[in-house]
Design a protein around this ligand. Structure first.
Ligand code: ZN
Length: 329
């Protein structure tokens, strides 16, 4: 049911208004970042369209039709997902053959196309044909995190429903509903995506790694190059370097925010107010963040991880400045 979708009030209100008006478009595009509930909302919208005793712009959750949708066995609801890396022409043809053969159970039929941007050109053209010559009361819901990859001719036939990144609170609530207690800092680090939050929670020692990043940043100003090499050498072989870099950039950002504005509300690591306030030096923050980002990009090319970390720390070391002073040079 749509009422259960969290953190997407604007999109859900828009959908409820559509249902209330009783005027359905032939095609919708649910777009927005990964892991924010687009597919869930598409399924809930489909259920509401098919529900036989809809109330207040939402499905009843109890009628035969609702129960079939929830069991994944409603004949008037078809979900298309990529087969491998893409949605292929055969899948769209099968879909239309199937729809041509079957009789409608209710008034409408709903087709949900997940990761619609993965449609091959042929598949997209076949879909376009169906959108241009709608048969009966079929409603298409295209779900995509990258609609720029869709054909303009398809986009122009869809009514867009935008989904935004989730705020930390709905992330915490959704995780809690699934039996996971997520630390506050991770809800913020997840960047508004449940997928990222789950990913973070599955990485062991995620918080211990933050402590390592804190120790490293705090130690840097007093370190000679040899200390940096020793610190890296003493580290674990299997350090999760991408996550370590994530923490570094997130800590540098907070140090910067704290220095410029002193606003606790804007911090990603809200539990670290004391640490940030007592931090002994400052960095040339824009340059430091650039360095971390560049290292992250370099990692994508399979460079030696240890070497990449050494270079980063040596360069970061040069970017420390006395507190209150301007950037060097
Ligand atoms: Zn119902």
């Amino acid at each position: 049911m749509m009422g259960r979708i969290r953190g997407q009030d604007r999109a859900i209100t828009q959908l409820q208004r559509i249902l209330d008006s009783g005027r359905l478009a032939h095609a919708y595009l649910f777009w927005g970042p990964d892991g924010v509930g687009k597919t869930m909302a598409a399924m809930a919208f489909a259920q509401a369209i098919l529900c036989t005793s809809r109330q207040g712009g939402d499905s009843c959750g109890e009628c035969v039709s609702c129960r079939k949708v929830m069991a994944g066995s409603h004949p008037d609801l078809v979900v298309v997902s990529p087969a491998g890396n893409s949605i292929k022409i055969g899948q769209v043809r099968d879909l239309h053959n199937q729809m041509g053969l079957q009789r409608f159970e209710g008034r409408h039929r709903v087709v949900v196309i997940r990761q619609a941007e993965t449609m091959t050109e042929e598949a997209a053209n076949a879909l376009l044909k169906a959108l241009e010559e709608p048969v009966g009361e079929t409603v298409y819901i295209l779900v995509s995190h990258n609609p720029a990859l869709l054909l303009l001719t398809i986009l122009s036939r869809c009514l867009a429903v935008q989904f935004g990144p989730l705020a930390p609170r709905p992330i915490r609530d959704i995780m809690a509903e699934n039996g996971m207690a997520i630390p506050e800092v991770m809800t913020r680090l997840a960047g508004g995506s449940i997928n990222s939050a789950l990913d973070l929670m599955q990485r062991p020692q995620a918080l211990a790694l933050r402590q390592q990043a804190m120790d490293c940043l705090a130690g840097l100003p007093g370190w000679e190059p040899v200390d940096i090499l020793l610190w890296v050498a003493a580290g674990e072989e299997e350090m999760d370097l991408p996550l370590f870099l994530e923490w570094l950039s997130c800590l540098l950002r907070d140090l910067w925010v704290w220095q410029e504005m002193g606003a606790e509300k804007l911090l990603l690591n809200q539990d670290l107010g004391d640490w940030l306030a007592g931090f002994p030096v400052a960095f040339d923050y824009p340059a430091a963040l650039d360095l971390v980002l560049a290292t992250r990009r370099r990692l994508a090319y399979n460079v030696n991880q240890r070497l990449a970390l050494e270079v980063l720390l040596l360069e970061l070391n040069d970017l420390t400045v006395e507190k209150g002073g301007g950037p060097p040079g």
